[in-house]
Design a protein around this ligand. Structure first.
Ligand code: SAH
Length: 340
């Protein structure tokens, strides 16, 4: 709940407004898990709260810590048994937490592990916050950056994600500014226009993964609904409305989208857009048959884009020894359960 919503409830219950601020701060800043820990409230009030409300949480079902770089991967169990994944890494000049926005995903990109384990439900804003707070507490660090790049399609859970963005950036709460947040989407065009209207200063990452509709349709079913022309038009409009440069994600898959011709075509398509291209060597997921492009291919791709004036970088891989990319732990757990 937002502080304003708490204030409304407290007013109705005959409580002073400053109580709402205290409760909001316990929940958001301190991330407490139980009403009994709200020690500056009377016992009666704590009892009343515990009868009428619950505190959303994310229990750690599994924790893997990379020996290579300290990246922490969590599998969280939600109140109804749903499993979601989060990753805590040292990245982008601070501690970055990659969180999930849905249990599973409906987008079914062919290279992605999450879609393979099906879609269960949307997460609430509270469940997104709980991932950040639990990772922060467990890691013993202050999280400075958040990326919505875990399981799920954030713009397919639009209202809860907007609510989460407002809560996590609240100066009375975790106070993580929009400039420290990235939201990644497979390209739900209508929602990109909606998001632009908020004029948030977050970074919008768009998963492109192809230079044209023909290749994109082979790997991303969403591209049958929205063409690349429509998507790139939405991106240009987003950039004009918000003043923020778009970041395009491009997972490099051997012999699928990594040729020189693909790089030339991509550069041509992105000429009009103020953007940055993030190349990600694809993570092999069992059953997909995809392999990552060679280092030489990656470098050549960057060179071609840069020759056309488009900045591009190859994303550093973190947590490679713990399968840190999302979707894989949930899937394994589900398989374990189904084999029992
Ligand atoms: N649904 C959102 C965010 C979640 S996935 C989106 O599509 O953007 C975060 C990023 O990881 C996306 O760019 C996604 O395409 C990419 N991704 C998924 N599976 C991958 C894999 N096996 N290797 C590399 N990147 C992958």
């Amino acid at each position: 709940m937002t502080q304003e919503e708490l204030e409304d409830d407290f007013r109705e219950a005959g409580q002073p407004a400053y109580r709402a601020k205290q409760v909001f701060s316990w929940l958001q800043q301190k991330g407490i898990q139980d009403f009994s820990e709200m020690t500056n409230l009377s016992k009666d009030l704590r009892l009343m709260l515990s009868k009428q409300y619950y505190i959303g949480n994310a229990k750690i079902a599994q924790r893997l810590i990379s020996k290579v770089d300290g990246t922490r991967k969590y599998l969280f169990r939600l109140h109804d048994g749903e499993l979601v994944e989060s990753v805590l890494m040292d990245y982008h000049h601070g501690r970055t937490n990659c969180i999930s926005t849905q249990a599973g995903c409906r987008m079914n990109c062919s290279f992605c592990a999450t879609g393979r384990s099906g879609f269960s439900r949307n997460l609430t804003a509270g469940e997104m916050l709980a991932q950040v707070q639990t990772a922060q507490r467990d890691g013993g660090v202050r999280i400075s950056n958040i990326v919505l790049m875990g399981m799920g399609e954030p713009l397919d859970n639009y209202d809860n994600v907007i609510r989460f963005l407002n809560l996590v950036s609240d100066s009375n709460g975790m106070n993580i500014g929009m400039r420290h947040i990235s939201l990644s989407t497979c390209g739900l065009v209508d929602r990109i226009y909606d998001l632009a209207e908020h004029k948030y200063q977050l970074t919008l990452s768009v998963s492109l993964h192809a230079p044209n509709d023909e290749i994109r349709q082979k790997t991303m079913p969403v591209s049958r609904k929205y063409s690349m022309n429509e998507l790139l038009k939405a991106c240009e409009s987003y950039e004009k409305t918000t003043g923020r440069r778009i970041s395009f994600e491009y997972a490099m898959i051997q012999n699928v989208n990594d040729s020189d011709a693909c790089a030339e075509e991509l550069a041509h398509r992105l000429e009009e857009t103020l953007c940055h291209v993030n190349l990600i060597p694809v993570n092999s997921v069992a059953g997909t048959g995809y392999h990552k492009s060679s280092v030489e291919r990656q470098q050549k791709f960057v060179q071609i884009l840069e020759r056309h004036g488009i900045t591009a970088t190859v994303r550093r891989t973190l947590g490679s020894d713990i399968n840190a990319s999302c979707g894989q732990l949930r899937r394994r757990k589900q398989e374990e359960v189904s084999h029992v």
